[in-house]
Design a binder for this molecule. Structure first.
Ligand code: HEM
Length: 533
């Protein structure tokens, strides 16, 4: 529900003060000193009385009949110092829990007012409200052209057009099944490479194989291009380097996003400079691929075509500029690559740690693959394997790849919540999915890895049940959720059917996390792969 409140302009006196005092008096040292002191005192008083910190001054969080509570943090910085390092989802969860602010907590990141929901009911209200359909955009995302891509475009006509094209083509069930052969091919290559590594080293380091398979899989459906590790090593290295650099830039905590005045003299990670260097490389690569598609006469826009073909086939009002196409295509590579690889790595880590669960999975898979042929295992088969589905869901619960749902939302007007709080327009809103999936009031024994819970009760993870919504919910829910899930489920099925995965004594499994763009294992998973007959 929208509430109309007139904005209070509190800065009028800054402009009128010189006129009152006269410019000569202002030059006087004593008057200047008094003014500075007055500013500082006013700043401290504003901060001292602002629940939620300085970005919540002027009673921004008192617009409803219930105040949005929250920590004050430090003057100027708010809670920036607390959240700029470590695992923000865990820090926010313990702050909200210790202050009893799980429904909604207000805090300040520099001058940015933020709210975080750690409760399924408030999370649903935020994610499904049409007034939260925009996202705040980071400086790096803007420099890397993402403001024209689906994830960051404001929720207007352009964004709706992109979502429609993507859901109708790249993510439609027919397209996903038409591209199954690609997923199968990448998986076979991965299994072969893992077998070789096992023979050579006596263990497998899974991450690089998963990342390569995910990148190639998404390159295949988006660009219609596959890389071969041996023959295309130079191009592949260039592409990997660009993806890695993009991840780092987008995932980096940039102080200038929250304290804009800092950008004039402080950029410790050289984010701006690195973005400026990366953009021409991305443009060159993606435009090159678009040109190759333009030159090729036989444009195929059937189910098995790639996404570049689809974008090039658009006409009239739907036709996209080249730079928009570059942004949309590049974003797909970004979103599709790391999430799939890191979720598969988390699943495999839990299976190595829980041999009894792996054993149950082996039995289920052996029953499904009756003739013993691994190639026979298809998307349609794995969809019918309840224990496998439960293992993937349990991994999404314990290790949601986007614990804070990756990218936040932005309110476009004042939003009244059912609990009486009002979130003002222009507030950044986060949902702490990790806090919800680890809340003992929501999940029994939340710290235990127990896939059986999903056999006993069916829980939809696609955004309808906010107790577990790792793909978000509402209008901006992840459009790649089905593609992500079928890929991870098929690959896990094949990895487990092919091998028994044991602990590697020299590289114990460590479930420590590191939060970048997504939350991944801090130490890559190593395991011993014993072939199954
Ligand atoms: C395990 C896999 C994945 C997970 C856990 C995941 C998670 C998410 C989450 C949490 C969001 C934000 C949703 C919200 O704000 O409500 C999102 C958005 C998005 N995801 Fe995914 N994702 C996955 C796979 C993919 C894949 C494979 C693609 C594409 C190839 C993709 C493309 C996108 C896009 C384009 C958006 C932005 C949507 C918008 O703002 O309109 N995702 N994803």
């Amino acid at each position: 529900m929208e509430i109309d409140l007139a904005t209070k302009d509190t800065s009028w006196w800054v402009y009128t003060l010189p006129a009152f005092l006269g410019s000569e008096i202002l030059i006087d040292g004593y008057v200047l000193f008094s003014l500075v002191m007055a500013f500082v005192t006013l700043g401290i008083l504003t901060w001292a009385f602002a629940v939620g910190g300085v970005a919540w001054k002027n009673g921004r969080n008192r617009r409803g009949h219930r105040l949005i509570p929250g920590p004050r943090g430090l003057p100027v910085f708010g809670s920036l110092l607390t959240l700029c390092r470590g695992l923000a989802h865990r820090t926010l969860a313990s702050m909200a829990c210790s202050r009893d602010n799980t429904q909604l907590m207000a805090f300040s990141l520099g001058s940015t007012p933020v709210v975080v929901a750690s409760d399924p009911h408030t999370a649903r209200e935020i994610l499904t409200s049409i007034h939260f359909a925009d996202r705040p955009i980071k400086l790096s995302a803007k420099s890397l052209m993402f403001s024209r891509a689906i994830g960051f475009a404001p929720s207007g006509t352009y964004w709706r057009l992109l979502r429609r094209i993507a859901s109708g083509h790249l993510f439609s069930p027919r397209r996903i099944s038409a591209h199954e052969s690609l997923r199968q091919l990448e998986c076979s290559t991965m299994l072969r490479d893992m077998t070789n590594e096992q023979e050579l080293n006596g263990f497998v380091s899974l991450r690089k194989h998963l990342q390569f398979a995910s990148l190639n899989n998404i390159m295949g459906s988006v660009f219609g291009k596959r890389y071969d590790m041996v023959h295309d090593s130079q191009d592949l290295e260039e592409l990997r380097g660009m993806v890695r650099e993009g991840f780092e830039l987008l995932g980096a905590f940039n102080w200038c996003d929250y304290l804009p005045w800092l950008s004039y003299f402080y950029d410790p990670f050289r984010i701006n400079e690195r973005c400026l260097k990366l953009v021409p490389r991305v443009r060159k690569l993606v435009k090159g691929i678009i040109e190759e598609h333009r030159i090729s006469k036989s444009r195929n826009v059937g189910d098995s075509c790639d996404f570049v073909d689809v974008l090039l086939s658009l006409d009239g009002e739907e036709k996209l500029q080249d730079d928009d196409m570059v942004a949309v295509l590049w974003e797909m590579i970004f979103r599709g690559t790391d999430t799939t690889a890191l979720l598969t790595e988390w699943v495999m880590a839990e299976l190595v740690l829980h041999p009894e669960i792996q054993e149950k999975l082996h039995s289920e898979l052996d029953m499904a693959v009756k003739d013993g042929s691994l190639a026979a295992l298809t998307d349609a088969d794995v969809e019918k394997l309840p224990y496998l589905q439960a293992v993937v869901k349990e991994t999404l619960r314990v290790h949601p790849p986007g614990p804070l749902l990756s990218w936040a939302r932005l309110s476009t007007s004042d939003v009244q919540l059912n609990n009486g709080m009002v979130i003002p327009a222009n507030t950044t809103a986060m949902v702490n999915m990790w806090a919800i999936t680890h809340d003992p009031n929501v999940w029994e024994d939340p710290l235990e890895f127990k896939p059986e819970r999903f056999i006993e009760a069916d829980v939809d993870v696609r955004g309808n049940d906010l107790r577990l919504a790792p793909f978000g919910a509402g209008r901006r829910v992840c459009p790649g959720k089905k593609l992500g899930l079928v890929t991870v489920t098929l690959w896990v099925a094949k990895l487990v059917h092919c091998f028994k995965w044991n602990r590697d004594v020299d590289h114990p499994v460590d479930l420590s996390e590191v939060l970048k763009l997504s939350c991944e294992m801090k130490y890559p998973l190593h395991a011993v792969a014993v072939g199954r007959k």
